[in-house]
Design a protein around this ligand. Structure first.
Ligand SMILES: Cc1cc2nc3c(=O)[nH]c(=O)nc-3n(C[C@H](O)[C@H](O)[C@H](O)COP(=O)(O)O)c2cc1C
Length: 319
């Protein structure tokens, strides 16, 4: 398939599996890339324990990158963690260059110091602001990002601060820039993919649909819960930076209750324990103390498949 996304990222099918905290590892990511899409490791890839050390976190990422390279010769990507002091960022950039990682994902930050070494080394940049806007799309284009991801409020994970659904955000961004745009949020089957292309996207960026797959490290009881659930089951509550969704675990119910009783965003965020609540819910399968983050496209996900089956089904128009 020859379109601008495939050309920019050197892939066969314009489907990108977005980074997901905790629930990715080398085997899973390599399976996406081997199926012709582009797999991304996420934060804490292949891990079961959190670390606050930039050195350990970088070493762990390097380990997973090397594992992927042993499993595929296709392109894959990692997200750059860009913190204020850049102490997580520089070691990761060094690894990306040394290990010849083909693609990185950048959330939000447009910083010449970061872009320059990546571009000089031919590393492709997928740019996904948490909240897509016409302004940040134009700025990203000027910065020379290779692909821009327009994420709608339907997505799993940290939703955009503006409540604009995928159907509305994609054409808004497509009309504002010339850089190729990927649609993210709520894509659960081939109809979602066709709709994204009808709206002007040149590829899709999906997370939730890849979770209930054989290769994904999510706990089996959670995968089953996802395939049995519909979008109607999802709970939503206010937290930082805006809102969050979860399937109905005990913790998620408590978060909704707190929100209804007027708790602040800081208070609900504290109870979620950042992404630790996700590890407990999704990786450990603990439906009491953790949460389960998925997007509103889950209604169409009816069975646990292989990654390849997901890619083939969603991308059946792209051979
Ligand atoms: C469990 C989960 C964890 C996620 N973690 C991250 C993350 O750490 N960084 C990031 O940029 N996006 C993260 N995302 C967002 C995905 O990369 C992607 O944008 C999103 O899943 C697309 O929406 P969909 O789930 O409806 O397909 C996460 C999504 C999920 C479902």
């Amino acid at each position: 398939m020859n379109n601008r996304v495939c050309e920019a990222l050197n892939i066969d099918k314009p489907i990108i599996q977005g980074p997901m905290s905790w629930v990715t590892n080398a085997e899973f990511v390599a399976a996406v890339s081997n199926a012709g899409g582009l797999g991304f490791l996420g934060p804490n890839a292949g891990q079961v324990e959190v670390t606050r050390s930039p050195e350990i976190s970088t070493e762990r990422m390097k380990f997973e990158i090397r594992k992927i390279k042993a499993l595929t010769n296709k392109p894959f990507g990692i997200p750059l963690i860009i913190n204020r002091d850049l102490d997580y960022t520089w070691p990761l950039i060094k690894i990306v260059i040394e290990e010849k990682v083909p693609v990185v994902l950048i959330n939000d930050v447009l910083d010449e110091r970061i872009f320059k070494p990546l571009k000089e080394n031919g590393i492709k940049i997928v740019y996904r602001p948490i909240t897509p806007t016409i302004q940040n799309a134009r700025a990203a284009e000027e910065f020379g990002v290779d692909v821009y991801v327009a994420t709608g409020f339907d997505e799993g994970g940290t939703v955009p601060e503006q409540v604009i659904g995928t159907f509305s955000i994609v054409p808004m961004i497509v009309d504002a820039v010339n850089v190729p745009v990927l649609a993210a949020g709520g894509i659960g089957d081939v109809r979602g993919v066709r709709a994204a292309f009808a709206l002007g996207a040149e590829g899709v960026f999906a997370g939730s649909v890849f979770i209930p797959t054989k290769e994904n490290p999510t706990a089996e009881n959670v995968k089953k819960m996802i395939v049995d659930a519909t979008a109607e089951d999802l709970l939503m509550f206010r937290t930082l930076p805006a809102y969050y969704r979860s399937l109905p675990t005990k913790l998620a119910k408590k978060l909704v209750e707190m929100d209804e009783q007027g708790a602040s965003r800081e208070e609900t965020a504290k109870l979620m324990r950042g992404s630790i609540g996700m590890r407990i819910g999704m990786l450990e399968g603990n439906l009491d103390d953790g949460y389960i983050s998925v997007g509103t496209g889950i209604t169409s996900i009816k069975e646990i498949k292989t990654v390849k089956e997901v890619v083939v089904t969603l991308m059946q128009d792209f051979n």
